[in-house]
Design a protein around this ligand. Structure first.
Ligand code: BES
Ligand code: MN
Ligand code: ZN
Length: 507
């Protein structure tokens, strides 16, 4: 909602700078240019230069902000993003600021500046949409100071960082909106605006079309709501100049599927009041995949990206599905719904079937899917599961570069029996309190038709209850940076790998 700070790269500090940030490494080696008197002073004041630490030295007119960069030998984009976020938080009312990155030997200027822009923009984010008296902040200008030889790389990094920051801002904004103000219709409308600015095609299925397409999972979940569902499909086609081609001459396709529950009350299997708080964020997966597709052009992504978001409320209205009802997913498989609060897998099943029809080289779904994943990994780490170790490895590597922590969980085939239904092909829940995140993953696997697929359960990190580093309280847009790294580095025609955790003997 708040405009991003404006950034520019430069090789000389502007005269009127009110605040200057400088990276300082631990140990005897300064990270950037040789430390001046201030660095001596800082050490005396107990500044140790660990990542996240800062020291503001002000003389009334200007301030110098020392930013801990940690061990210079281990300094990378993760540390840079965090130090930059700390810089943004340390600023008071200054409008002209400098971030001095001269002399930083690694990472390369492009990656360094991209991470710094992500960090500053992320920490500067405000959601003031519903405040009657908006806190007006001065428009801030950040001059990113680099060495002459790094200028071209820095400019590219700046453009990339801005594209990522815009995608993150979109995803946070829609996820932070009140559920009554972001119905499925509203989310589809926001996606239309986004698509127009990103130069991507968009198609929105209304209720009638959803029925005609036999999206029985999405229709079923939507029955309890007064708001009609939507299915949003956004397609990015690379320009000829950037398009990668596989061995067969085809441009590869990555399909992204995102869970879009604009409010999850649980349906007739109603959640208790406190568990319902935060359930406006249950569309964060949809927000992430749409934001990703729309940022691909600015980032020059070389593969086709199709983002699919089934969007509905999950409500307990008079026409709601009931525990015991059976839904037929688009591929003809039937699911007995024994708990209407396990609705994400129902709408994602239809989304995944649509994704397979794009004949993609890889499918990645992103969903605030299970409380069990939050129990296992907490609020900072997403769970990742899948049927192909190559795609899983690529997604983990993308997440590492993006600085979004993920941890792989198994999909033991032997747990498939937990989903055996007395009357349908499967049921939507497994055993009480047993492997909830994995069993949810096993439901999804039924709908990917054996295509290489990975599933990201972001129930924990989709929103945070306190600000930290580049994250503000509320929606985080977790997954956007990882997905952008993933589609940006996707290699066509890689060999398929084994299923996740086959080596456990239960795979
Ligand atoms: N949206 C929730 C998952 C969730 C829980 C996200 C907590 C963020 C925080 C999902 O639709 C859900 O309700 N899952 C159930 C599944 C259960 C009924 C098998 C859950 O995790 O309790
Ligand atoms: Mn639910
Ligand atoms: Zn849900």
């Amino acid at each position: 909602m708040s405009p991003l700070p404006s950034f520019e790269t430069t090789t000389s500090a502007p005269a009127g700078a009110e605040a200057t940030g400088r990276l300082v490494g631990t140990g005897p080696v300064a990270l950037g240019r040789e430390g001046g008197v201030s660095e001596e002073l800082a050490r005396r004041r107990g500044f140790c230069a660990t990542v996240g630490e800062r020291l503001v030295l002000a003389d009334g007119e200007r301030s110098e902000i020392l930013l801990g960069a940690g061990d210079p030998g281990r300094f990378g984009t993760f540390e840079a993003r965090r130090a930059a976020a700390v810089f943004a938080r340390a600023l008071a009312g200054e409008s002209e600021c400098v971030l001095d990155l001269r002399g930083v030997p690694a990472p390369p200027a492009r990656d360094l500046v991209q991470a710094v822009v992500e960090g500053v923009a992320g920490a500067s984010y405000r959601f003031e949409h519903y405040r009657s008296a908006r806190r007006e902040e001065p428009s801030r200008r950040v001059h990113v100071l680099v060495d002459e030889a790094d200028l071209a790389g820095a400019e590219e990094g700046l453009a990339r960082g801005l594209a990522v920051a815009e995608a993150v801002t979109f995803a946070r904004d829609v996820s932070n909106r009140a559920p009554g103000d972001l119905t499925p219709t509203d989310l589809a409308e926001a996606a239309r605006h986004l698509a127009a600015s990103g130069g991507v095609r968009i198609e929105v299925f209304d209720e009638e079309r959803i029925a005609a397409e036999r999206l029985g999972g999405l229709l079923g979940v939507a029955r309890g709501s007064a708001e009609p569902p939507r299915l949003v499909k956004m397609t990015y086609e690379p320009d000829d100049g950037v398009a990668l081609r596989g061995a067969d001459g085809r441009v590869p396709t990555v399909a992204l599927v995102g869970k879009g529950i604009t409010f999850d009350s649980g349906g007739l299997s109603l959640k208790p009041p406190t568990s319902m708080i935060g359930m406006k964020h249950d569309m964060s997966g949809a927000a992430a995949v749409l934001a990703t597709a729309a940022a691909c052009r600015a980032l020059g992504v070389g593969v086709r990206v199709v983002a699919i978001a089934p969007v509905t409320e999950n409500m307990p209205g008079g026409r709601a599905i009931k525990p015991g009802d059976v839904l037929t997913i688009r591929n003809g498989k039937t699911i007995e719904v024994l708990n209407t609060d396990a609705e994400g897998r129902l709408v994602l099943s239809d989304g995944l079937v649509l994704a397979t029809e794009e004949e993609p080289d890889a499918i990645v779904d992103v969903a605030t899917l299970t409380g069990a994943c939050v129990v296992a990994l907490g609020g900072e780490v997403a769970g990742v599961m899948g049927n192909d170790s190559v795609v899983l490895g690529a997604l983990e590597e993308a997440a590492r570069r993006a600085g979004e922590p993920v941890w792989r969980l198994p999909l033991p085939s032997s747990y498939r029996r937990h989903l055996d239904s007395d009357i349908a092909d499967l049921k939507n829940v497994g055993k009480e309190r047993e492997a909830g995140a994995l069993v949810a993953g096993l439901v999804l696997e039924e709908f990917v038709a054996g295509r290489p697929w990975a599933h990201l359960d972001i129930a924990g990190p989709a929103h945070v209850d306190e600000a930290r580093y580049e994250l503000q309280k509320g929606a985080t847009a977790f997954g956007v940076r990882t997905l952008l790294e993933f589609v940006g580095s996707f290699e066509p025609g890689g060999a398929a790998g084994p299923r996740s955790a086959d080596h456990l003997g239960v795979g």
